[in-house]
Design a protein around this ligand. Structure first.
Ligand SMILES: Nc1ncnc2c1ncn2[C@@H]1O[C@H](COP(=O)(O)OP(=O)(O)OP(=O)(O)O)[C@@H](O)[C@H]1O
Length: 702
């Protein structure tokens, strides 16, 4: 076996040399062509294509491929080796594909084929292609050097089945401060989601570390490749929970050769869309996450739940119909003494003639029509002076008349909606009045953003090109159904990837995916589950799962891949020993060449206090605060809610005591989020009484 491994390595070494020489030749060929900067459109298109090739070749030079698949198509005599890489490369002389792009139809087999005697097939544009696989090989190349060759399937060989070995090798690597692409180890269930048809909203419930974010980013790269004619990066958008998370994921798309996809948070996007009509009060997260009675109220019918509901949206939609049908005053319009345009006529124009247009446009068109009527009436006047006087009067009167129409400004309309009894019935008078009081001061809360954007869309309609070709909503459990429904109005062909984990729902979001199914029409969404967790070791996942079980948090717990590490433990440390313990822990982890360490606190003020005490004792210790745009890796102190979505080689949860993490679902989710950030090492320390959410058997540090 050792020999066959060696010969495979030697063979791939020779292959790599051949590929590298061809890539080098093509690079030199392209470099010899001076970049075109002129005005000729055909030349510009050629230059753009050359630029793409240059970029692809740069990627291919360092890592030309990561896999090889020997496939014999039914009817052919011999299998053909297909090398699969991040970018496709064709032979310059023959034009034949030399390296296949991982997104190409045939490359799908590399991810979906799990060995055995099963039939191998893939869908090509011309239809189904069947055949047989002879070899599936992982080939790790770093910076042009061959590092590892692992056969995960070889026809007729007992050696097959090493698929997990390569995955485990990858998962065991240390991580810095950025998420990475996973093209070489995409798993079959992830592959299915990445390649799901574009016209269906894909809703994924995925356990912590199951690769949701990663799958979403790879899906974008796939859609851009597969539907290159009509799905453009510039018309795609990613919604993520905060700006630091956006920074954390910012490397993956460029690594996959994709640029220009807008990445934002819902609040940032909505506020920009509303263009400064109101001042938005950001939610006070410190208050939100401080342990105590305020937290226990979060699961109930708090204002954010009511304002985020679909019933509220439906009540607004209904009330808007009545409001916009009745925009006109009941009086006739008189442009000058003795001349009258009947109210009924104007209503007919508005309601019948311009039906199908959005209210703002309808008002504009009706005003134009009135102007044309005025002109006709003016032309009937022969006396020049009288005509001039009438013209002046008409202009003033029309301006005044249009002001008597009901307002079409979002904030005014929202205020009107909040006075409608059916809307108030959904919200309660107290919540509606509180929102009205804020609007009076030209202020609004975070949860008013969705209704305001909704109202704007209804009033203005959507212009051509305003819809997104694809929308990704990450950490979707923290979105309200209303926010999601607003985005649904903006997605072309229902093209969505919605990902989240209900067990990590720590903000005021949804509690069950069923809450959002009605947003999508029957048959226009697909619900999938990812339960395997790739991030953490078995010990960490078991430790984290037991927290959820203690508080009966659904859904089903994460299933770890078979990667074992150090025990994850809860350790009692007297308060006076806390800082020395942390210092020792950091030292120990650093000695393992760990790249990213997180010390996770309950709140931002706890984090700040700890950082102040430790910063002179730990070199390059950083503190993450709310609103921060990025984090630099190394040793970080971070409040638990800001750690969501991120990952670290080693995690230390501090103050994991009964007061900070109480026996309720909200606290269990928070602690679960903290623990599942760890890849390789996890410990939770407490002074006094341990959190009842922690596993009963305690660690050694007592
Ligand atoms: N197929 C895979 N091969 C290698 N690594 C993988 C694979 N799938 C996921 N991972 C790794 O697992 C980790 C978790 O991925 P990701 O952050 O996308 O998960 P998530 O489900 O969004 O997590 P969470 O909800 O906990 O934030 C990342 O380090 C990612 O690279």
């Amino acid at each position: 076996m050792a020999n066959s491994n060696q010969s495979a390595f030697q063979f791939e070494l020779q292959q790599l040399k051949k590929f590298a020489a061809e890539i080098q030749k093509q690079k030199e060929g392209l470099e010899a062509v001076p970049p075109y900067r002129g005005e000729d459109l055909a030349e510009q298109a050629l230059e753009a294509s050359r630029e793409r090739s240059r970029r692809n070749l740069d990627v291919s030079e360092k890592e030309p491929y990561f896999g090889r698949l020997d496939f014999r198509e039914s009817g052919d005599e011999e299998p053909v080796p297909l090398y699969i890489g991040k970018a496709g490369v064709s032979e310059s002389e023959s034009g034949h594909a030399m390296i296949m792009d991982w997104r190409a139809p045939a490359a799908s087999l590399f991810y979906s084929y799990s060995g055995g005697e099963e039939e191998a097939w893939y869908m090509a544009p011309e239809g189904m292609v069947e055949g047989e696989i002879y070899l599936k090989r992982n080939v790790a190349v770093r910076n042009g050097t061959l590092q590892r060759v692992v056969d995960t399937y070889s026809k007729g060989s007992s050696q097959s089945g090493a698929a997990d070995e390569f995955l485990l090798y990858r998962l065991g690597e240390k991580k810095d401060n950025r998420l990475k692409d996973i093209v070489s180890t995409i798993q079959a269930e992830q592959n299915e989601m990445i390649r799901a048809p574009r016209d269906t909203a894909l809703i994924i419930q995925g356990a912590a570390g199951s690769g949701k974010t990663t799958v979403a980013l790879h899906r974008l790269a796939y859609l851009i490749y597969e539907y290159r004619e009509n799905m453009l990066a510039e018309h795609m958008i990613i919604f993520a929970p905060n700006t630091m998370f956006l920074d954390y994921i910012s490397n993956v798309l460029p690594e996959l050769g994709v640029g220009h996809i807008k990445q934002t948070t819902f609040a940032e996007w909505a506020a920009a869309r509303l263009g400064g009509v109101l001042t938005f009060k950001p939610r006070n997260w410190e208050k939100w996450f401080v342990p105590g009675p305020f937290r226990s109220a979060q699961e109930t019918d708090a204002p954010w739940k009511l304002k985020g509901s679909i019933s509220f949206m439906q009540a607004i939609e209904e009330a808007l119909i009545h409001y916009t049908e009745d925009l006109l005053p009941s009086a006739d319009f008189s442009p000058w003494q003795g001349k009258v345009l009947k109210n009924e006529t104007i209503r007919n124009w508005f309601n019948d003639e311009f039906t199908g247009y959005a209210p703002v446009k309808k008002k504009e068109l009706t005003a134009e029509k009135i102007k044309r009527w005025i002109k006709t009436e003016l032309d009937k006047e022969w006396d020049k002076k009288a005509r001039q006087d009438n013209k002046k009067s008409a202009a003033q009167k029309l301006r005044a008349y249009l002001k008597t129409w009901r307002s079409l400004e979002e904030a005014d309309v929202y205020a009107e909606m909040l006075k409608v009894s059916e809307v108030r019935a959904v919200l309660t008078d107290e919540v509606a009045d509180a929102a009205l009081a804020m609007l009076k001061k030209r202020e609004a809360d975070h949860e008013d953003l969705a209704p305001l954007v909704h109202i704007r869309i209804v009033l203005n309609g959507l212009q051509r090109g305003e819809r997104f070709h694809h929308i990704v909503i990450d950490e979707a459990q923290d979105f309200s159904p209303y926010e999601m429904a607003v985005l649904q109005k903006l997605a072309l062909k229902n093209s969505f990837t919605i990902l989240g984990d209900l067990a990590q729902g720590i903000y005021a979001g949804i509690r069950s995916w069923e809450e959002i199914f009605p947003i999508f029409k029957e048959g226009r969404y697909e619900y999938k589950i990812l339960s395997k967790s790739y991030r953490s070791t078995m010990e960490i996942i078991e430790f984290a799962n037991s927290i959820l079980l203690s508080a009966f948090v659904p859904p089903a717990p994460a299933v770890p891949v078979f990667r074992s590490g150090e025990p994850a433990e809860a350790v009692h440390v007297p308060a006076s020993e806390k800082e020395p313990y942390i210092l020792k822990w950091v030292e120990k982890e650093r000695s393992k060449k760990t790249e990213s360490l997180a010390i996770i606190c309950r709140t931002e003020s706890d984090a700040e206090k700890l950082w102040t005490g430790l910063k002179s004792q730990i070199g390059s210790l950083s503190l993450v605060r709310d609103g921060q745009r990025g984090y630099s890796g190394g040793v970080t102190i971070i409040p638990v809610y800001l750690a969501k979505g991120l990952e670290f080689d080693a995690v230390l949860i501090v103050d994991a005591d009964a007061e900070n993490y109480q026996l309720n679902q909200a606290d269990a989710k928070l602690l679960y989020v903290g623990c599942t950030r760890a890849l390789h090492t996890l410990a939770a320390v407490y002074s006094g009484t341990p959190s009842p959410l922690l596993k009963k058997e305690e660690g050694k540090g007592k």
